[in-house]
Every structure is written in C-alpha cells, then in structure tokens.
Ligand binder design. Structure first.
Ligand code: UDP
Length: 262
C-alpha cells in the first residue's frame, strides 16, 4: 500500500490517497487552532499523542460493536482509514455545562446535566460552525431523518462507553464532538464514526482537582498542553510510565518514542 497525493488538508490533519480503493491515510499534525482559526500554534508532539489516543478510543468503541472508519494505525503520525463521505455536521455531546453552552445560555460553568445534551452544528468554518436545529438538517438535506436517528443512537452509546473509560482512569468527560460519514460496504452504504476522538475534541477534567487535560489548555493559555495530553495517554495505559515530555517532543523530529503494544 502506497501513500499517494494529498486529498485534503484541515486544521489538525491531512488526508492522503492510497493505492487501495476506498482507503486513505489520516496524518495528525502538531498544529493547534482555536476560535475559528484566530489563534494558531505548533504544539510539538500533539499529533503523535492524538494519533495514539484516538486509535485507542476508536478501537474500544469498535469492540463495542460500533462501526468506525479506522482500519489500523500505520505509524506514529498516521492511520489507515476508510474514505468516508462526511456529513457536513458536528455532533456535540455535553455531560457538564461549560464553553459555548455556558456563554450562550448563561448556564453556570460546571453544572452537571441530568441527561446528556446533544447539539448539532453545521461544519462550515466561514460561518463559524453555527449551532443548528434538526429541522435545518432535514430542510437543507445535510442528512436524512433515519440517518440522524441512527447517528443519535450511536452517539448515545459512544458517550456511555467514553464516560466509563475515562471515569475508570479518574477523568470526567465534560463534552466532546463527533463526526460521522458514510462508506460503501459491498453494495450498501453504512454510517461510520469518523474523524478523531482526542483531547483536541473532548473536554477532560481530572475528577478530583478538575484540572483541564484537553485543548482548553491551549484556548485559555494554561500552558503544559503536551504534558496534559500525555497524562491522558498515560492514564489510558497506552504510554509507558517512564516516558517523559522530552521523548514525545523528540519524536516530532525522530521516531524514538515507544508506545505500549496492545
Ligand atoms: N469541539 C470540537 N471542534 C469544534 C467545536 C467544538 O472538537 O469545531 C469540541 C470542544 O473541544 C468541546 C465540545 O466540542 O469538547 C463543545 O465545544 P463548545 O461548543 O463548548 O466549544 P467552544 O466554542 O467553547 O470551543
């Protein structure tokens, strides 16, 4: 299998074509962006950690019977994935109020929600990924009603799986964003979980101290971004205890860092 030309470059990832039909390579960059691209930086080692964390999480989800685009991790920065036709939507799940929800509706930061709250946004950087209602999705044909029903069911289960996985390692899953797409399986299309699940796309708070272990460290200039992502990897058991930050950073230049084999 050979990596071919670049098909698409996003803010944190690049997609390359491959010689195999229906498969592409997803490459994780070190670039961090926030506030619709207004804030940008290079966070050395972030791509390596997100690649590994996302592989671990998607593999676990898949073991629970939920279809994902992940085929396998290829190396420290890349995964082989199914080329999905992505719905132009972001599916946000909230267990605790914070971020744009608190700002928009004046809900106190940290309020525990009785039930997970699902929100839908249009994936459109020029418009700032606006919040939309389900009715907009159907009115403009961004997805069909039965597709959203299926996605909601998958999202609900994923939230349960992730909450359990993180709770077990002393982390609160505050909120997160998912993306879905459609892939061909023989002669029919099926919905798969796509994109990534990582500290870039989730809010993760330490259960005891509520210390932020996610991209809010970048958004809010809290510092120690890679250390926080590394802490998540370590707690999930995918990084040897003795690995230190300089080894992660060093990998950005070389290929010396070790991850635990599954
Ligand atoms: N999120 C994301 N990508 C986006 C928008 C949101 O991964 O383009 C994630 C974000 O990291 C958080 C959750 O979705 O875990 C809810 O984000 P919120 O709307 O509060 O984002 P904010 O506007 O505060 O960044």
């Amino acid at each position: 299998m050979n990596k071919g030309k670049k098909l698409y470059e996003g803010k944190a990832k690049i997609i390359y074509e491959t010689s195999e039909k229906g498969l592409v390579v997803q490459h994780f960059k070190d670039d961090a962006t926030a506030f619709n691209n207004l804030k940008k930086a290079n966070v050395e080692g972030k791509g390596v950690l997100n690649n590994r964390i996302s592989e671990h999480i998607l593999s676990n989800i898949s073991q629970c019977g939920i279809k994902t685009h992940l085929v396998k991790r290829l190396n420290m920065r890349e995964q082989l994935i199914k080329h999905a036709e992505i719905f132009p939507l972001e599916f946000i799940v909230r267990n605790i109020a914070t971020g744009s929800l608190s700002k928009r509706l004046g809900i106190a930061d940290g309020t525990i929600l009785e039930e997970p709250l699902f929100e839908y946004c249009l994936k459109d950087d020029d418009l700032g990924d606006p919040l939309i209602a389900k009715e907009h999705i159907y009115a403009f044909g961004w997805a069909k009603e039965d597709e959203i029903k299926e996605i909601d069911k998958m999202t609900f289960r994923i939230n349960d799986i992730l909450q359990g996985m993180f709770r077990g390692v002393g982390i609160k899953l505050v909120d997160f964003k998912l993306e879905y797409g459609k892939v061909w399986n023989k002669d029919k299309q099926e919905i798969v979980l796509a994109d990534e699940i990582s500290p870039d796309t989730c809010r993760l708070w330490d259960i005891k101290s509520e210390r932020k272990l996610d991209k809010d460290r970048f958004r809010k200039d809290l510092g120690n971004i890679v250390q926080a992502y590394q802490e998540v990897a370590r707690r999930l058991g995918i990084m040897p205890e003795e690995t230190n930050i300089s080894e992660v950073k060093e990998f950005a230049k070389t290929t010396s860092i070790k991850f635990k084999k599954k």
